[in-house]
Design a protein around this ligand. Structure first.
Ligand code: 5GP
Ligand code: MN
Length: 344
């Protein structure tokens, strides 16, 4: 990751010359979204700035151990308060996303305010948000990895403490499945070495990130794998689904199904899999793949979504049943085209 010195200088100047910051991330915040916003918050606060994290919807409580989690304000739940935080801010920071249409009503608010400076730090493809200072690095394994590189080179460097490092490590871990995928760049391990030198408690972070499930969640996983995983006959493809009734039966809480989508890839010859879930705000599709099967292109083409080569998602505008019934045809069609291209 080679960052332009000009961009780092502009970042430092923006930070030095302003006092009040609002830090935002995408809906269904994951470890990288929370890690990057909370890390930057702590560094700014250490420097004497006012910085508040505003998430579009409630962050999953299994991240409540993260330093600063209690300071997070949620747009959906505390709209008035969040509106005044955004109004008061001199600088809007967009972390781990680059399209404000992905942050629901918070996005409408961000689009409506004028006269503010903005910073974007992200690793998603095809950034849409236009910021005064922008770091867009799809090759970064996590926004947290990118943010750490920026922090170390900027005027915030002296304010990076072990809390910041803990948040950064969490984002790197969660976006790479515990450093298993998308993490072959040796530079990542230099970052990890640095974080360890700064005193992060690695075993505790791993424990917090991976051993945080409830019995209810394990039972829902058991049910989903046992009853709802289907291989698409004759293809290296699979699908899992959960409807609203099933979720209710297992007392679903936000984040309970996090990571479910990955399991079918443990089957030796499955190269792409989908998890379709019925949510109150619509039908959500999560996609994962192995090798060079581009689920981000599939998500963009059929589900107005996007993401990374091997991890993407989108939404379906019809009913849950329609989403499930049309999925197989869509993926088989896309797979056949992809296969043809591969043999060229
Ligand atoms: P997940 O399946 O974990 O919800 O999402 C995996 C990845 O897909 C995310 O990191 C994000 O990059 C992308 N993604 C998920 N949902 C959407 C969506 O609705 N639109 C876009 N553009 N990307 C998405
Ligand atoms: Mn990320």
């Amino acid at each position: 990751m080679v960052l332009s010195l000009d961009a780092i200088d502009n970042f430092s100047t923006l930070v030095n010359e302003h006092q009040v910051f609002v830090l935002t991330c995408h809906t269904n915040a994951d470890g990288d979204a929370l890690g990057s916003t909370l890390a930057l918050r702590k560094a700014l606060v250490n420097m004497g700035k006012k910085a508040t994290v505003v998430t579009p919807d409630l962050p999953p409580t299994y991240f409540s151990w993260m330093p600063g989690f209690k300071t997070i304000r949620t747009y959906e739940k505390e709209t008035e308060l969040c509106n005044s935080i955004v109004d008061e801010a001199e600088v809007i920071v967009v972390l781990d996303y680059s399209d404000i249409r992905r942050v629901k009503t918070l996005g409408d608010k961000l689009a409506s305010v004028t006269g503010k400076k903005s910073i974007m730090i992200d690793h998603h493809l095809d950034p849409i948000f236009k910021a005064d200072v922008s770091f867009s690095f799809p090759e970064a394994c996590a926004t947290c990895d990118l943010l750490f590189t920026i922090l170390r080179k900027s005027s915030l460097a002296p304010f990076v403490d072990v809390d910041v490092a803990t948040c950064i490590y969490t984002g790197i871990l969660t976006d790479t499945g515990g450093l298993s995928y998308n993490s072959s760049d040796p530079e990542i391990y230099l970052t990890v070495a640095e974080l360890l030198r700064m005193g992060i408690d690695k075993p505790t972070i791993h424990d917090n990130v991976f051993n945080n499930k409830t019995v209810r969640r394990l039972k829902l996983l058991g049910y989903t794998l046992n009853r709802k995983l289907h291989r698409i006959e004759k293809y290296p493809l699979s699908i899992m689904t959960l409807d609203a009734k099933e979720l209710e039966q297992y007392g679903y809480h936000t984040g309970d199904t996090e990571g479910f989508v990955n399991y079918p890839l443990q089957v030796k010859d499955i190269i792409a899999t989908a998890f379709i879930m019925e949510r109150p705000d619509g039908v959500k599709i999560s996609l994962r793949s192995k090798g060079n099967f581009p689920v981000n292109e599939f998500a963009a083409r059929y589900y107005s979504g996007g993401g990374h080569l091997n991890a993407a998602g989108g939404n379906f505008s019809g009913t849950f049943e329609e989403a499930v019934n049309t999925y197989n045809d869509n993926i088989v069609e896309f797979y056949a085209k992809w296969l043809k291209q591969q043999s060229k």
